[in-house]
Structures are given as C-alpha cells and as structure tokens.
Design a protein around this ligand. Structure first.
Ligand code: SF4
Length: 332
C-alpha cells in the first residue's frame, strides 16, 4: 500500500493521522535512526508505526537496553517482534545492572525525584530533624536544591506549583523525621542501567535521530523535562523524536485495534499495565504487580524483592504512618 492509500485507510483520529505524517517526514529527513525498544506497549506501537511508514532507503536500528531485571515474557516478545517485522533488535546489557547499582549506591524509593533528593541529603550527612534555618549550605555543602526540596521551598512554576516538592508525597517529611531511612536511597540505577548504556550505544552508532516512546500523559520527571514531540539536536547531540508524545490511552487503543497489534504476555495474559524493570519501587503498584509476577516468573519476583526489599518495607511503614495520621494534618 502506498503512503497516500495508507493515510486514506487510517482511523479518523487526529493523533494517529498526524503521527503517520510526522513519522514519515522524520524518517525521510534523517540518515541514521536509532529506536529504543522496551517490549512495552508504547514501544510496540512505535515499532509498528515506523515499519508502516518507513521509506525504502532508511537505516533504522532497533535497540533494547537490558537492565538485568527484565521479564522473560518481554524477551520472548522481542523475538516475536523480530520475526513479525523481519528486523533485528540489538540487545545491550546494562553498563551496570539495576541489582549492582542498587548494591553499590542505594535503592530507589517512591519516585525518581524523591530518590535523587534523599540520596543527596544522605551523602551530605543530613540530619532529617534539622530546622530549616540551621540547614545551610555552609553546614551541609553543595546540596541546595535537595535542601529546598526537603523544606519545600523550591521556586514555583508559572502555574504557581512547586514542580518537585516533597509535598507531592503527603506527610513524607513528617514520616522521615520520625523514621530516618536505615538504608541508602538512590536513583543511580536509572543512570547506569539506562542512561549511560544508551549514551554508550549512541557513541558507537552515532545516530542523527533517536526515537523513544515517551508520552506526555505519563507525567513524572522524564515527561516534565520536555515540551513537545521533537527536540532538535544541540551541538553534537542527535535530534530526538517522540512519536507518541501527544497520544492518549484511547489513541493507543484505536491504533492497536486498527493494526491488530498483540502486546507481550505481560499485558495480554497477566493483565499488567506496564513493563520495564520488574518491581521498580517508583511504581506505586510495585508490590501488587509482584504478586502477579510471582505466578508466572517466581524467580524474577524473588530477585526484585531481594534488590528492593528495604524500599518496599519503608514504603509500607510510610503508608501506615499516613493512615495513622489521617485527619491530624491538613493535607491528608
Ligand atoms: S526504572 Fe526503576 S528500577 Fe529501573 S533503573 Fe529506573 S529507577 Fe531503577
């Protein structure tokens, strides 16, 4: 089917229509394109979209970054995608796996932003019960943004909200003051297992366009750092394109139906709504998900509990604390 026929047969959906047009233009304008494949539903959608619109002379390279805590179901699904589209998905092992990074630097807790801030404070020997007027940069060194996060005095955004305030997590400061974390908190696993591994791949492949599956609807720190579906190159960095940036869950469902996609067993059989690192503590439903994983890949569930156990315990205590203090604080 030629491209114009394809557009004619596409669902009458603005994001899908626009996605087809833009994806085609992106592939035509770039020479070397690296596509990050995770085996999740967003990445399946992107892969199908790109294979559908790709012009003949176009070098597309698919790459999967294995963090060391990946579902076997995801890996099986990558094999299925390779046969379906007749492509190769390069597998890259993490520079440092999640387990090794957590052992060496600490474990994520609740969100990547909170993990980063708590980690910085721990590294500077912060006293969680210190008063704001005593917690100066002179006393704790260069961790001003972490101190501002903890004392909730980060600058407000235009909308009047403090972007990554500790107040996003109800009573977190009060809880930490009463229960200092007895383990190292860190978001370094993301740096080593994902960002640095991807950077090393880019050094080698030298793509002029990188495609990934970020969506605005995801929210979170990652989505908060970009504004739109395309970021032009800066210096020696490549262009970045996020084909699903504006897509909603309904758009994805409409595309799935149109194209008859089948996601991995994690979605289609087990009923999960996300994939990625098994049991990541930044996922609010990590422990519920692990109960499902237990039934299908028990060894992996056990590994996740070994790596993240301290964080899960701390989060359970935090949930209890919030319940006990319901109504005693104005923001709960
Ligand atoms: S997604 Fe979670 S577990 Fe995986 S690397 Fe990032 S913070 Fe670590």
């Amino acid at each position: 089917m030629d491209f114009n026929d394809l557009l004619e047969h596409a669902p009458k959906n603005i994001h899908i229509f626009d996605g087809l047009l833009k994806a085609r233009a992106m592939l035509e304008r770039h020479r070397k394109i690296a596509v990050s494949v995770s085996g999740g539903s967003d990445s399946d959608t992107i892969m199908d979209l790109l294979e559908l619109v790709k012009p003949e002379a176009c070098e597309l390279v698919y790459v999967f970054f294995d963090t060391g805590l990946e579902f076997d179901a995801t890996k099986r699904h990558l094999d299925e995608l390779e046969s379906k589209y007749g492509v190769t998905i390069k597998r890259r092992r993490a520079k440092k796996t999640v387990a090794a990074a957590c052992r060496d630097y600490g474990v994520p807790f609740i969100s990547k932003d909170a993990s980063e801030m708590m980690s910085r404070l721990q590294r500077h020997g912060f006293d969680w019960n210190d008063a704001p007027e005593n917690a100066t940069v002179d006393k704790y060194g260069r961790c001003k943004s972490a101190l501002d996060w903890y004392f909730d005095c980060r600058p407000l955004s235009i909308s009047g909200k403090s972007k990554y305030s500790i107040r996003r997590h109800k009573l977190l400061r009060e809880f930490i003051q009463a229960n200092a974390p007895g383990f190292a908190v860190s978001d370094k696993c993301c740096d080593y297992a994902k960002k640095q591994t991807a950077a090393d791949f880019q050094k080698e492949f030298k793509a002029d366009l990188i495609v990934n599956g970020m969506r605005r609807a995801e929210g979170g720190r990652r989505a908060g750092s970009v504004q739109t579906c395309f970021t032009p190159s800066k210096g020696c960095k490549p262009d970045n394109y996020r084909p699903l940036w504006f897509w909603t869950d309904d758009d994805k469902a409409a595309y799935k139906e149109w194209r008859g996609l089948r996601y991995s067993d994690c979605y289609e059989v087990w009923g999960l709504t996300r994939t990625g690192c098994v049991g990541c503590p930044c996922n609010s439903k990590a422990e519920q998900e692990l109960e499902i994983v237990e039934q299908y890949e028990p060894q992996l569930a056990k590994a996740a509990r070994n790596v993240f156990g301290a964080s899960y315990d701390f989060k359970r205590r935090y949930a209890d604390y919030k319940n006990e203090n319901k109504g005693r604080h104005p923001n709960v």
